[in-house]
Design a protein around this ligand. Sequence first.
Ligand code: HEC
Ligand code: HEC
Length: 290
Amino acid sequence: MASKVEKDEITGVETTGHEWDGIKELNNPLPKWWVLVFYASIAFSVLWWVLYPSWPTLTGHWKGVLGSNQRLALEEQLTKARAAQAAWLEKIATLDTAAVAADPELLSFAMRGGEVAFKDNCAACHGLGGAGQFNYPTLADDDWLWGGTLADIEQTVRHGIRFFDDPETRDSQMPAFGADGILDRAQIDDVVQYVLSLSGRAEDAAAAERGKEVFLDNCAACHGEDGKGSHEVGAPNLTDGIWLYGDRPEDIRAQVTKPRHGVMPAWQGRLEDEVIKMVTIYVHNLGGGE
Ligand code: HEC
Ligand code: HEC
């Protein structure tokens, strides 16, 4: 083996002097900058392990000499935010909902708090922004089943609708006119036409005319003589073209034959009192508050 530095004839690169069966190893060292960065990053990672939480240990994990912890930092931020909110919430707790809504600063706080609570608890049924969906009423329009004043909405939210775990829940039952044989087929056909006529969509004027009698005798007690509904019993306005259970003649026939009844959970006891007030104010301000 050659003792002095030897060069490969083809590439002109120094060899390391290692040779196997005539194959020689070229000496191509890594660039200096690369090696420096490599060692620096090792040093950096060692330093990092020491300073910050890193390795698992027998009893938990290495906490790092800086004692830094993002969870703690987050908690600190949350505590601060809660303290800032606490003052507002305390005020809201002592006032009734109307008084909260009347104070511009509290109102804007309540709107934000109410929006969050609505997204978390109500939007699954009522849609984002109270847009509603089939079978679940829109809360952003001025068509109300049970009333759209602050007090009405608060009562609905606190005690629910047909939610019998709550003794103060709103309740009403539309009779099953078909299934219970209160009206016969012909009468139901007529009253369906009359209901359609209330929003200008009757297909059979003579039937609608006959249906008026049926309506006044059987339906007006809840839906009103003019068909505009009643907040007392949560009977929908049948004249406004807004439908909970569909606007086709067969939808209306189905409701008259064997009615559906919406159930809305009570939130008293499940949401904090301040949150109920805030979400009430939020719903009232969605656009349809009375
Ligand atoms: C499980 C589904 C569901 C959830 C969750 C829900 N609701 Fe309802 N809500 C309903 C149904 C169904 C009705 C209609 C009941 C009826 O037919 O009378 C209703 C009715 C209402 C009404 C009365 C509307 C009117 O026209 O009078 C208000 C106000 C209301 N909900 C607010 C809320 C708020 C605020 C929340 C959240 C805290 C909420 N709801 C959560 C299902 C739900
Ligand atoms: C005891 C009160 C009561 C009587 C009487 C009554 N209804 Fe109703 N009706 C209701 C209530 C309450 C609802 C809403 C149910 C709900 O919110 O889930 C309703 C819903 C309806 C709907 C569905 C409206 C929609 O938006 O989809 C129609 C249609 C209807 N009633 C027609 C009639 C007709 C026709 C009669 C008479 C033959 C009648 N009702 C008698 C209480 C009554």
